[in-house]
Every structure is written in C-alpha cells, then in structure tokens.
Design a protein around this ligand. Structure first.
Ligand code: BJW
Length: 314
C-alpha cells in the first residue's frame, strides 16, 4: 500500500541526491491560477485545452489571444506560493536536483528557482514568436500587459450619469470624467462568458516587428507541437547519467505526454515516487507501490512541509 508518511519520506529525501520534480498547474492553484482540467478549467464556454492548439489559433486568433492575454495578466498579478519557494530552496541546496515544469506562468522563476535547474517543457507565457513560416523572430521576457492595447482587460466603468434637460453635453461629459476618475474601476473577469468580448480585427493583434506580416503567438507548446528539443535532450542526458533517487510529481493530472511519461522513466532508473496532489486519484500513469508516497492536499501547504527536513522553514 502506498504511504503518506512524512517521516519515511523525509528519511529518504535526506539520503537522496539525484532528484527530479515534475510540476503541473496544481502547484500554482494556491497562487490563484486556474488549472486546466479541474474547476476553473473552463474559459468562457471553452475547455481551456481546446484553445491550446494551433488549429484554434488558426481559426480564431483573436479568441486565443484574448485567452492568453488574460492568462498573462493573471500570472503577472499572481505571486509565487510557498511550494514554489520550497522547490527553489531545495534546488539551491542540491545542485543535482532538476525540475521539469509544464507551467508557463513564470512563478517558479519569480521564486528565484535557479534557472539552470528549471526546465520549461511547455514554454512560457512571456515569450512571443512569429507565426510566419519564413520568419524565426521570437522575443523572451515580454511582460507588457496588455501586449497590445486591443487586448487590455476592460474595466468595469461606473454607470454614466444620465443626460438631463438641465445639463449640456459638455457638463454631462465632465461629470462622467469625474466619476471615472474617482470611482472604483475594477477589471472585468473576461473568463466569464456573460462579459461581452468584441471580435478583434486581425490588424489589432500583435504583429511581428521583423517581417511585419506574421501574427505573433504565445511561445507555449500546444497540442500536436514538439516540445523544445534542447529541453528533451537535456532531460534524456540527465536521466542516462545514473540512478535517480526520487521523483516528485506535484500538481499535475499526468494526462499529457511526453511530460507524464517521465515518472515511469524515473522509476525505471530506480526512483521512488512521491505524488502531491489535491486529488488522491491523480497519481500518474503507472501504479504507485508500497515504496512510494502519495500526499493528498494543497501543494502550497504540503510541499514546504514534506521538504522541511532538508530546507528548513520557508
Ligand atoms: C492541485 C491543486 C493544489 C489542483 N495542490 N494539486 C502519447 C499517448 C497519447 C497521446 C500523446 C502521446 N504523445 C503525445 C500525445 C499527444 C498529446 C497528449 O499528450 N495528449 C493527451 C491529452 C492524450 N501531446 C502533445 O501533443 C505534446 N506534443 C507532442 O507530443 O508532440 C510530438 C511531436 C514530435 C515531433 C513533431 C511534432 C510533434 C504537446 C503537449 C502540449 C500541452 N500543452 C498544454 C498547453 C500549454 C500552454 C498553456 O498553458 O496554455 O500544456 S495543455 C495543458 O496540459 C498545459 C499543461 O502544461 C498540461 C498539463 O496539465 P496539468 O499541468 O497536469 O494540469 P491539469 O489541470 O490537467 O491538472 C492539475 C492537477 O493539479 C490535477 O491533478 C489537480 O487535482 C491538481 N491540483 N489544485 C495540488 N492546490
């Protein structure tokens, strides 16, 4: 039977050198970012994974950009949580620990996770690249929000004061300006399908500054696209280098390949597996054994707790 005993896990962790972690959207749930397949996995009426395809972008670039503009905005306004900091601390103390993240939100980077030990399997929301076949333009670390004015998240403007017979148009306009200046302007939640979204003309979407023709797209890996070859090669080489002591699988439904396949590959190199997940059934493609651990609950709470014997208090 799979264990949930922190004491035996801590003993194994203290003796482990070559450790690999696979992260998924659940680690950022405690930072307020929605996952793909759980609650919040719907964006407007769309399954979030339906928008993460080249076909969706081809058919509806404005909708897909609105989805990603919203995600960029959410990620920029979120903060790393104790799980991101705990893994960053483990990486600083153990140079043989590598993390493979499927997340594109930049929260591990913002927790100062050493970058040479953090490998992005599915790209980054803050990279953009040209979609033109002939152009290789890309830009990293673009944190402009909104990336173009047309993709701004609309504000919830106060009701305009009604025109009345005793007000001129100028007076009415002035009092509207005043109301907008002083009133609380909250952002609209554009994931809510009741909020109308205007279709955007193609020319208002981000365009390539180099070839001037291609649309820019988010630098993430969509279904059917290859993961970055330098990352896959690095992971393959690292795995071949020797026995693996421990594999941490944190906040992922382990449904998406090839990422999910790393857990069983690590097992075949000797690793014992520790899963941290809100859902006790999301334990990966293989079966956990009595040598493994499953910790059910919020990664934001559990990850610092299970790593405490090595990293101390976060
Ligand atoms: C908590 C929590 C809390 C909640 N605390 N836990 C082999 C077999 C079958 C199919 C394939 C195969 N190989 C390839 C495929 C096809 C496909 C695939 O895997 N399909 C499956 C769905 C069947 N794979 C691909 O297409 C990949 N490409 C590829 O293989 O290319 C081959 C190729 C080679 C050469 C040339 C061309 C092609 C690409 C996959 C790309 C995935 N992209 C996305 C979008 C990224 C951009 C974006 O963010 O928008 O990546 S889809 C989405 O899923 C995203 C995620 O990174 C990924 C994984 O999701 P994740 O992180 O696991 O999230 P959830 O929501 O699923 O789970 C959250 C978990 O957290 C749950 O378990 C919760 O319980 C838990 N949780 N709160 C702890 N507080």
């Amino acid at each position: 039977m799979v264990s949930s005993d922190v004491r035996t896990f801590s003993e194994h962790l203290k003796g482990s050198k070559r450790i690999m972690a696979l992260l998924g959207a659940g680690i950022s749930a405690a930072s307020g970012l929605p996952t793909f397949r759980g609650a919040g996995g719907l964006w407007r009426s769309y399954d979030a994974t339906e928008l993460a395809t080249p076909e969706a972008f081809e058919a509806n670039p404005d909708l897909v950009w609105q989805f990603y503009s919203y995600r960029r905005h959410m990620a920029l306004n979120a903060k790393p949580n104790p799980a991101h900091y705990a893994l960053a601390e483990l990486a600083k103390r153990n140079k043989e620990f590598i993390t493979l993240t499927q997340n594109v939100d930049g929260l591990s980077q913002r927790a100062n996770h050493p970058l040479d030990q953090l490998h992005l399997l599915h790209g980054n929301l803050f990279t953009v690249k040209c979609t033109s076949f002939y152009c290789n333009y890309f830009r990293e670390n673009d944190f402009t929000d909104p990336i173009v004015p047309a993709l701004a998240i609309p504000k919830n403007l106060p009701e305009p004061p009604p025109y009345s017979d005793d007000k001129t148009a100028e007076e009415a306009s002035e009092s509207l300006q005043n109301a907008m200046g002083t009133g609380e302007q909250t952002e609209l939640d554009i994931s809510d399908e009741r909020i109308p979204l205007a279709p955007l003309e193609r020319e208002l979407l981000p365009h390539c500054p180099e070839c001037k023709e291609g649309l820019l797209r988010p630098g993430v890996v969509w279904f059917g696209e290859a993961l970055p070859s330098h990352t896959l090669d690095f992971v393959d080489d690292w795995m071949k280098e020797g026995r693996i002591d421990l594999m941490l699988v944190i906040g992922t439904s382990s449904r998406v390949m090839p990422a999910a396949g790393y857990t069983e590959m690590a097992r075949s190199k000797g690793a014992r597996i520790a899963v941290v997940n809100m859902d006790g059934k999301d334990t990966g493609p293989g079966k956990l054994t009595s040598q493994d651990w499953s910790f059910q609950g919020d990664a934001g709470v559990l990850v610092p707790e299970i790593l405490k014997s090595v990293i101390g208090e976060i």
